[in-house]
Design a protein around this ligand. Structure first.
Ligand SMILES: [Zn+2]
Ligand SMILES: [Zn+2]
Length: 231
């Protein structure tokens, strides 16, 4: 058995090599058109406001700053397109992030207090609490997942491919394709898994591209790792 992993763009079919498009059902609906996602800043930005620490909220502030300076997300949130069409009556992190990014980048103050997001900490993750230190990586994960869920509200019956056409999924998420090839009969089985980040062995590699190459290097499965060929 030979296991080959490859990373697949989260932007669907039209960016896919033909072979992948055949294997994965195309989305039934497109929630956000990929051609409207701009990777470069659409307006010239000076550095925005700093964020006040509201009680061990440095982990959250670092996540907010990373997201605020992610151009494709910031361009979208600055356009206020989300809130103009959002019908959620309860908490919506996309609406809160939109308000936060607009304030952070447009305020003339040198520091702002991100209370709107801090008050919603437990909505991002149940174990987050004001005053308690948290993990920035976990907070980033939960924040992006909550934004993705809020983009999908009222659309719970969507097929998997359509779920990956939200702006959040297209910017931050992707698919990992795993193919197992039987070395006796050449049968191939393919599976896809959605990911938000990729664990890279950066100690063993000289650069990020080298670490990515190592991550998708084919691996021969033997011993305990062997699996039963479906044929
Ligand atoms: Zn909203
Ligand atoms: Zn076989």
């Amino acid at each position: 058995m030979l296991l080959c992993n490859s990373i697949v763009s989260s932007v669907f079919k039209w960016h896919f090599p033909a072979v992948i498009a055949e294997e994965m059902a195309p989305p039934q609906s497109i929630l956000y058109p990929p051609e409207k996602i701009y990777m470069e800043w659409q307006q010239r930005q000076r550095a925005g406001a700093g964020l006040g620490n509201l009680g061990n909220t440095c982990f959250l502030n670092s996540v907010l700053q990373c997201l605020t300076y992610t151009p494709p997300l910031a361009n979208y949130l600055l356009s206020q397109e989300h809130s103009q069409s959002c019908h959620r009556r309860d908490f919506c992190l996309m609406c809160s992030m939109e308000a936060h990014v607009n304030e952070a980048l447009r305020s003339s103050d040198s520091t702002i207090q991100p209370w709107a997001i801090v008050r919603a900490l437990t909505r991002i993750g149940k174990d987050f609490m004001l005053g308690k230190q948290g993990s920035a990586r976990q907070c980033l994960h939960r924040t992006i997942n909550t934004m993705q869920r809020n983009c999908l509200s009222r659309r719970s019956r969507l097929d998997i491919a359509s779920r990956s056409t939200t702006i959040v999924h297209q910017i931050f998420m992707g698919y990992l394709r795993s193919r197992v090839v039987c070395l006796s009969c050449s049968a191939v089985s393919t599976s896809y898994r959605s990911f938000l980040d990729i664990p890279l062995d950066i100690k063993a590699a000289s650069s990020v591209p080298a670490a990515l190459e190592d991550f998708v290097k084919p691996q021969q499965l033997d011993g305990e790792n062997c699996i039963q060929c479906s044929k």
